[in-house]
Every structure is written in C-alpha cells, then in structure tokens.
Unconditional design. Structure first.
Length: 796
C-alpha cells in the first residue's frame, strides 16, 4: 500500500501555491535598493545632456564644488585619468560612462555629484556649466547611412560610417529559388517602435567600499548579479573575490536591469574615492530617456506562396537602430539576437534573413524587454506577415495557419533558420482558441456589422519562443557560456534552503523553486526557503531574463534535488539495513521493495546524514548542480483578440481575448496565469498606448507618463486563459518550458491583427504601433498606411 505524499497538499508540482514572497510585498515590507540606508551614506545625482549630439567644449564644475555638502564632482575627464571614461558593453562595443569628447544622445551622462543628500547633489548638478557645440542629429537608420551623415562614433578609430554590422543567416540561393517558383509573393514592411520596459522601480545602486577589508559591496537593481560582479572586476580592475553584489528585492526588471549603467560605475568609483557608501537612485525621467530601450527595428519581408496556401519560403530584412552604443545583451554569435527564430512554428522549407545595425543619436536600444533576444520582433513580424499573406491569397486566417503549421508528428523539427524545435501541438492550441471565440460565429457577426457600418475585427497571433539559453555550445554573453546552477542544503531536521544564480524580479522564484524540490524529494514546500541575488552566497548563474530561469536554473534545482535523493537513498539503505538496490522511492519516503511498510522518510534520512551515516560516508546532505541545457525550450501559444473600431474617432476596444498557452508542465498554475496576464497587459500597452519616440533634434518625445501610458486595471481588457494543452519539454528534467515572456511576445500582433482585420478592404496594409486613435483614424479616413517612424514633430 503506497504511503506516498499527496504532492498537491505539500505544495509540489501543479500546486497553485500562494506566492510566499507576497507575504512581505503586500505588507509593504519588501526590501528594495532605495530602502537600504548605510551609516555615513552619501547620495549621487547625474547631470545629463540636454542635446542629442554635440561636442563638449568645456565643463566648469567649480560652482558645484563650492556648494556646502558636496563631496565630489565626477566628470569624464576625471574618469579618463582612471581609465574609466569608457566601459565595454555586452556586445563587444564601448559605451561612455561620463562623456568626454561628445554627447551622443539626449540624456547621456555628463557629470555626477556626490553630496550629503540627493537635493544638494541635484542642485549642484545644475550649477555645472557645460558648453556644447551642437552637431547634426541622426534618429533613424536611413539618416545614419545617408551620404555625408556625421559619424556618431568617431571615438572608434576603425569606424567609418554609422553601420555597426551587416549580418545574415539562412539560405539565400535556396530562398531565391523558392521565390522563382511562387504563384504569389506577399510583402510587408513595418516598424516595431522603441518601447521602454519602464519598471516601477528605477535603476539604482549603493556602493560600499571598505578600505580596511578591501571589499566592495554593491547593492543594486540587477537581474544578473554574477555577470555584474565579473563586469566590475574587469572594468574597475578589482579582484573578483573582493566584490559582493547584492540584488535585493527588485521592483520589476523586464530586461531594463540587465545592462551595466554608468550610474553603477560612478557610484562605485565615488565610494572607492570617498571611502563612504554612495547611493544612486535614478529618477523616472532619467530612466525613461536613458536606460535600456527595446525594439526600434524596421522589418521588411516577403513570403513566397503557392496558390493553394502553402508557404514556400520567406525573406526578411531588418534595419536595427541601436542608438549611440551597441549594448544589447545577447548571445555573441547572433548580431541581431534570436530574430531568426521567426517562423519556427511554420513548416517552411527555406528562408533568408539579413540584418543591418546602425548607430543613431538615441539612448542605447536593443534591451530584450520581456523577450528572449529580439524574439518579440520576430514573432510580431511573423504574425503580421502571415495575416497579410492569407489576405493576399484570399484565404481564411485560421485555415492558412493550420495548413502551414509544423504538425505534431514532425518533431524534432528543423526551423527554416536552423533551430531545432522538439515538441508542440500547434494545431490543437489553435482549435482550442477558435472554439473559445466561436470563430465562425464571430465572422458572421463581423459581416453583419460591416453592413451596418460597424467595424469588427479578429486577430490571431501564434508564437513559439526559444527560451532557456544556453546550451553552452552555442550561447554565451561576452564569451561567458550560458548555463546555471543550484545549491541545495537539507538541514538535519529535514528543512532546506535552495539557492540559485537566477534573480527573480517578481516572477515568484521563491515559491516555485521550493515546489520543484518538493516534487523531487517530498519535503513540503513550506519547509524550504529560497534565496537568490547575493553573489557571496548564491552559486554562479547568468541571471534572470529571456524567461530562462525555469528552463535552466529550475532544471538545476531538479537536478540538485536528484543528487540529494541519490545520497538519501544510501542513507535509507543504511537505516533499513538492506542493500541500496532493494530500496524503492515514492514521494517523501524510501521503502524496502519486498516489505513496503518498512520505510524511512526523507526527513529521517536527513537526520541520519548528520547523526547516523554509514561508515565511510561523507556527512551532511548538501550539494550543487550545474545545468547546461541540451536545447532551448519551445513553448507555444495562440492569442486571439476581437475588437470593435470606431470609424469616427479611431478608438478601438477589445471585445474578447483568448489565450491558449502551452508551456509544458506548469510548476505553479496560478503563477503561470499571472505571468500570462501580465504579458498580455504589456502587449496591450505596446499595441495601444505606449508612445515614446524622437523628434528631428533627437529630443525624446513621450518620456513621461502622460504620453507613455502604463496600463491600469481600468483600461486593460479581461482575458480568458486556457491551459488544457500541455506538451512536456522532452529534455527538461520536469518537462517545463519557460512562460514569463510568451504573452508579451505573442500578444502585440494579436491586437494589431485584430484592428487591421477590422479595416480589411480599406486598402490599409499597416499601421505602426502604438495604434493610437489618430493613427487608426488617419488610416480609415485617407485609406493609407500610417508609419510611426521617427523623426516626429515634437508637438505630435
Ligand atoms: O526567467 P523568468 O523567471 O522570468 O521566467 P520563467 O522561467 O518563464 O518563469 C516565470 C515564473 O513562472 C517562475 O516563477 C516559474 O517558476 C513559473 N513557471 C511555472 O510555474 N511553470 C512553468 N512551466 C514555467 C514557469
């Protein structure tokens, strides 16, 4: 008779356990960087450039130095004497820490003041006199490559123009042949605009250098503490073992907190020079104009089609606007991230992608905002292109997708750009979604509404996201291979602590990692504490972004639990006085195969590890596992949105949104649903309301919450989520695939496709996001495409 524990009751896999971290968050007891006050702490503020491109003729900081309470003024010149005026980026480029020669974007860091309090520091920043000589400004890739364009990065000896790279992937000749055989060629051109992750908590750091111990401790808002430790060691030339990075609670990251920002570097140098803790907390406008923007790419492509609807090949070209410094965090092999994950869900024989990256006078872009290295842009283009192609063929949207999907029996499947996808039930997800919106009936309603002048639309978007970088063979950042680790310590009473090198920013790791241990060992999740974010205690990890935590760190948690179970089995055999081969496992307990009533619990094994181990066994029940995933995980989703567009105003409302996500085994279904709802909300914001762009002078337009709107519960539509399709990942130890970003990745195209569908027959092929009412109105009124590419007029 089995005495296995009830997994759901102990909070294992599949339990919708309440998030343990919420105990402190909802009581206002979270501990964020800005909550930390150290004895003798000083405050740093940054002076930013008002101009987008200008030569610095002089900087006079004498008035700032004279202000009582000011301890230090840092300028680029001072940084240069310590070889710190420039720092390496995560894409083998360099980035100015404090400007020396020129400013290259509006909001660039020019000087820092360290003072007794932030107000004095801010006033002193205003007292710094900088003389600028304005230069011509570039705000898009076409200006960047135009004849006579000023060279933005004239600091780089080898740099001739503004092109950063020309990159290609796929089979150019094979794609040409596919197009020669096509009955129909469908084309699409669009701009995925800049967007900003805009976490509620801005970036910040408190550097605390202790001369007596030579130890540098930095509390900071980073999603990747170990990478920051390595970066500080290399940039500041400090010994790595003397650097401790602590990433306390983080108020949202979404990719914004992956890069190394000048503010971090300056606060560290200031603390070393002053031998006092130095706190820098970025303000909202600083965050919105200067820290990691996302997207900003122009996608242009065509699809070769057979008359019956079969896709024969795809060509894509991308012009990526990286801003003044190429600072994307992405695998070094891939210049434009995983943009070539496009069309992975479709059975397309051949494809070719070219990408050109350019410098412009904008803050660094390319941050993977809730997205696995440009996959958001890939999926957006894919689903917009698929919609356009189906329309061009006069085919039904659902039927066109169904016909071209990779079938369930085609896995493992090589995508047209060379990735290997391993599992999925694409057609089934689509069917679930279509049923949920009552597809045929909606089409009928749509036709009837049109006859009465009402514009209804339905948009389908599917997405498959490559999540969980590495494997280490192919994925690295700056040469550091991508894998992760977990450490598990089971104490003698059977309680445990698990640590990983990941760093959650609200995703619920403290809840779900415990659930994985619980699933593997039968220790109740409430008996397990999870710790992340301190490089002195956590094992090495590449951090949390690109929804890689569950695929990699989560897998490491399962693997280390299995190591613990293997040792516990030996302890059980010893306690039960049988050989190890005679011992069986069921959740929470080992028992004798021939006498199932004779057993010992995992807790009894833990006690034995410290009090009654067999001769020759190393005491204790602790271990570490490093996990190098064999492949990415490939979750799949279908999002279907129905909308009504008001032809008089261009305002559009969501009638219904159905989401069918297949992320394999769900560790915590409630957390997964939260992740999907959050992603759909962000997708809605990108599609509908988040306007941030640049005028001809490089002024950042929309860098405030009057224009760059954060969606609240008021305007966010309701979502209907479906979880019935589960395709376990064949190589992940517990069958899980990532989920954190899926809805933010796949969502935008669903909303846009719905609005475009409502406008079908009006001769409008594309409206760039955000689909603001005036843009939709313009498209309806003038029957034309509407571009959102900068420059815009500053009064737009
Ligand atoms: O890397 P990040 O944590 O942002 O993304 P993720 O690995 O997709 O996980 C987001 C949250 O959802 C974590 O708390 C996961 O443990 C949870 N999750 C889950 O419960 N089941 C899955 N199959 C995937 C994620």
């Amino acid at each position: 008779m089995s005495q296995a524990l009830d997994e759901i009751k102990i909070g294992g896999l599949g339990a919708s356990r309440k998030r343990v971290e919420d105990n402190r968050f909802i009581r206002g007891k979270g501990n964020y960087t800005d909550d930390i006050t150290l004895p003798g702490m000083l405050h740093m503020e940054i002076l930013r450039s008002p101009l987008a491109h200008a030569r610095i003729k002089s900087i006079d900081a004498s008035k700032a130095w004279d202000i009582p309470g000011v301890h230090l003024v840092l300028t680029g010149e001072m940084m240069a004497t310590r070889n710190l005026a420039w720092m390496p980026t995560l894409s083998y480029d360099t980035q100015a820490v404090l400007a020396t020669d020129k400013v290259r974007f509006q909001g660039q860091e020019v000087a820092c003041v360290i003072a007794d309090d932030p107000y004095i520091a801010k006033d002193a920043c205003e007292a710094i006199d900088v003389e600028y000589e304005p230069l011509p400004v570039i705000v898009n890739p076409w200006q960047a490559v135009a004849d006579g364009a000023p060279v933005i990065r004239d600091d780089k000896e080898q740099q001739r123009g503004n092109v950063i790279y020309d990159w290609e992937v796929g089979d150019a000749a094979g794609t040409d042949r596919a197009f020669e055989q096509a009955d129909v060629v469908s084309r699409l051109k669009l701009h995925y605009p800049r967007s900003h992750p805009s976490p509620i908590e801005c970036c910040g750091s408190i550097a605390d250098f202790n001369r007596a111990t030579s130890k540098l401790t930095v509390y900071m808002t980073t999603q990747a503490p170990h990478i920051i430790r390595a970066a500080v060691a290399l940039v500041a030339e400090l010994p790595e073992h003397m650097i401790r990075i602590i990433s306390p609670d983080i108020g949202g990251g979404f990719g914004n907190k992956v890069p190394v920002y000048p503010g971090y570097v300056c606060s560290i140098l200031a603390s070393i020079l002053l031998e006092r803790p130095v706190k820098w907390i970025e303000d909202k406008s600083g965050n919105l104009i200067s820290t990691g923007f996302a997207r900003d790419i122009y996608l242009d492509g065509e699809m070769a089609l057979r008359r019956d609807g079969k896709i024969l090949g795809v060509r894509m070209h991308c012009d990526a606007d990286h801003g003044a410094f190429f600072s994307d965090a992405q695998p070094s092999k891939f210049k434009i991230g995983l943009l070539h994950s496009a069309f992975a869900a479709y059975d397309i024989p051949v494809a070719h992608l070219t990408a050109r990256g350019t410098y412009t006078n904008k803050a660094p872009g390319g941050v993977a905002y809730r997205c696995s290295f440009r996959v958001t842009e890939a999926m957006f283009f894919q689903e917009r292109m698929v919609q356009a192609a189906a329309d061009d063929l006069g085919m039904d949207q659902a039927e066109f997708r169904r016909m071209n999907f990779v079938r369930d029996d085609q896995f493992p499947h090589r995508t047209p750009f060379g990735f290997l996808t391993d599992s999925g039930q694409y057609a089934k997800c689509l069917e679930v979604g279509l049923k949920a919106v009552d597809y045929q009936d909606f089409r009928r309603q749509q036709r009837e509404a049109r006859e009465r002048g009402r514009l209804l639309g339905l948009g389908i978007s599917t997405m498959t996201e490559p999540l969980g970088a590495g494997n280490s063979r192919e994925y690295d950042i700056l040469g550091i291979k991508m894998f992760d680790s977990a450490e598990l310590k089971v104490h003698m009473t059977g309680k445990a602590i698990v640590r990983t090198g990941a760093r959650g920013q609200g995703q619920g790791h403290e809840t779900t990692w415990a659930q994985i241990v619980s699933h593997e060992l039968g220790i109740p999740a409430d008996d397990i504490v999870v710790e992340e974010g301190d490089t002195d205690t956590a094992p090495f990890g590449m951090g949390t972004y690109a929804s890689r935590s569950t695929p990699v760190a989560g897998a490491a948690v399962a693997m280390v639990s299995r190591k613990i179970r293997a040792k516990a089995r030996k302890l059980a055999a010893h306690l039960l006085e049988v050989s190890e081969e005679d011992v069986e496992w069921e959740l929470g307990r080992f028992y004798v195969r021939s006498a199932p009533d004779r057993g010992v619990t995992i807790q009894e094994c833990a006690m034995a590890a410290y009090s009654n181990m067999p001769d020759g066994m190393e005491p204790g029940l602790e271990n570490t596992a490093y996990y190098d995933p064999p492949n990415l995980t490939w979750p799949f989703a279908v999002y279907i949105v129905t909308v009504e567009v008001d032809p008089e105003t261009g305002v559009w409302d969501v009638l219904k949104l159905v989401a069918v996500d297949d992320c394999g085994v769900r560790i915590n279904p409630m957390i997964v649903e939260g992740q999907i709802m959050g992603g759909l909300t962000e997708a809605y914001a990108m599609a509908n309301m988040q306007f941030i762009t640049f005028d001809a002078d490089g002024n950042c337009v929309g860098s405030n919450y009057m224009d760059y709107l954060l969606p609240t519960a008021w305007e966010t539509p309701g979502f209907e989520l479906h979880s019935e399709v589960v395709t376990p990942c064949p190589h992940h130890p517990i069958g899980a695939k990532g989920i954190g970003e899926c809805a933010a990745v796949g969502g935008p195209a669903a909303y846009v496709n719905a609005v475009m569908d409502a406008l079908s027959g009006m001769g409008v092929r594309n409206i760039d996001m955000p689909l603001l009412p005036d843009r939709v109105w313009e498209a309806i009124t003038y029957r034309r495409d509407v571009s959102g590419a900068p420059p815009v007029r500053s009064d737009d």
